[in-house]
Design a binder for this molecule. Structure first.
Ligand code: ADP
Ligand code: MG
Length: 338
């Protein structure tokens, strides 16, 4: 279990991590989701003991990352955003170096290397120079060094960045496999990636934790936001009648007329607003009502981040079933991360 309490990190004037508190339970794959610059790498570098925090407490299975550094670090395997590979070595040589550095007993080193090579499926590449490996294989070597010493938690910072689609699928499958034996924290700025692999997700935006939930609940939040703008040439009552008939339209509001057309903004529970556009097109055409504009607006990840951080949504924060300590009232006014 990892507990993070009131973690903050300041780089000069930049508040990169702003009072983060959360708990990671054993045995799940967690997604750490946020746009570029949100503070993901900073947080992961601190949790793994690679970077000092400005303030806050971190415990790995009860071991304080500063006071009991050795014990805490032993429990975590880390693949940083930029993996520390020595490209003039072979994977096998490199893994030997890592095993020694991590303090694996001399007698156990060869078996440990065999184990991680097998687990990351790099057997055929183990004696080639790392510089001659594809990016996908290099990333596997990066993951294999995180597995040396068999730590209970594996932390991977944006492991699929720069890979081609086929390599991405392979790395995702590998991560899913790792999730059966380890607690995994996977950071990404891509929602679909987190949705594909993770069971639970923490969303971080501008250094703050804005949501922590099961992936299904987050999916619901996402689809609730899809909207469609329409301009109808029919009279308002006729238009409203047609909109009310579509059960996937959860609500709509009439906007100001535009150039003599009735304007409406619809919200749909369908995660694909294009499907509703098709249905509306057919329904309006059937009644002979011209639709001169039919504009689906898919909620972007950025929209979700903004919505989650907006003040009126504050009740929805920390809405998940996770045991997160309620944030205490802050005595000091929040500082802008600028
Ligand atoms: P992410 O991994 O989510 O993209 P980072 O943790 O890398 O975010 O960065 C968070 C913020 O901290 C950004 O505004 C970034 O510019 C800033 N930052 C990161 N590392 C440094 C550093 N070494 N010095 C100064 N600012 C930094
Ligand atoms: Mg990063």
């Amino acid at each position: 279990m990892i507990t993070v309490e009131h973690l903050s990190k300041r780089y000069g004037d930049v508040l990169a991590v702003d009072d983060l508190s959360f708990t990671i339970e054993d045995g799940h794959i967690y997604g750490f989701l946020g746009p570029n610059g949100a503070g993901k790498s900073t947080t992961l570098n601190i949790i793994t003991g690679c970077l000092a925090a400005t303030s806050g407490d971190i415990k790995i299975d009860g071991h304080d990352i500063y006071e009991e550094e050795r014990e805490a670090k032993k429990l975590i395997g880390y693949l940083p955003e930029i993996p520390p590979l020595y490209v003039d070595q072979t994977p096998r040589e490199y893994l030997k170096f890592v095993a020694e550095a991590k303090g694996v007993k001399k007698a156990d080193i060869e078996a440990e290397i065999d184990r991680v090579i097998d687990e990351t499926h790099i057997t055929e590449m183990q004696n080639r120079l790392i510089k001659h490996l594809s990016k996908g294989y290099r990333q596997r070597v990066g993951i294999s060094q995180a597995l040396i010493g068999n730590p209970s938690v594996i932390i991977l910072d944006e492991p699929t960045v720069g890979l081609d689609p086929m390599q991405i699928i392979e790395i995702r499958d590998l991560i899913a496999e790792l999730g059966k034996k380890h607690t995994v924290i996977l950071s990404s700025h891509i929602l679909s990636e987190i949705q594909a692999i993770c069971e639970k997700v923490l969303i971080i935006y501008k250094g703050k934790l804005v949501a922590f939930d099961n992936i299904e609940n987050l999916g619901k939040t996402m689809s609730e936001g899809n909207q469609i703008e329409i301009l109808s040439g029919g009279d308002p009552l006729e238009t409203i009648e047609l909109l009310e008939r579509n059960t996937a339209i959860t609500c709509f509001e009439q906007k100001e007329m535009i150039d003599g057309y009735n304007s409406f903004k619809l919200t749909t529970s369908n995660s694909n607003p294009y499907e509703i556009c098709e249905e509306l097109f057919v329904a309006f055409a059937g009644k002979g009502i011209p639709l001169v504009k039919l504009n689906p607006i898919k909620t972007t990840l950025e929209d979700i981040f903004i919505e989650l951080t907006s003040e009126e949504d504050e009740d929805a924060l920390y809405g998940g079933p996770e045991a997160i300590e309620p944030a205490e009232e802050k005595a000091i006014p929040e500082q802008e991360a600028r």
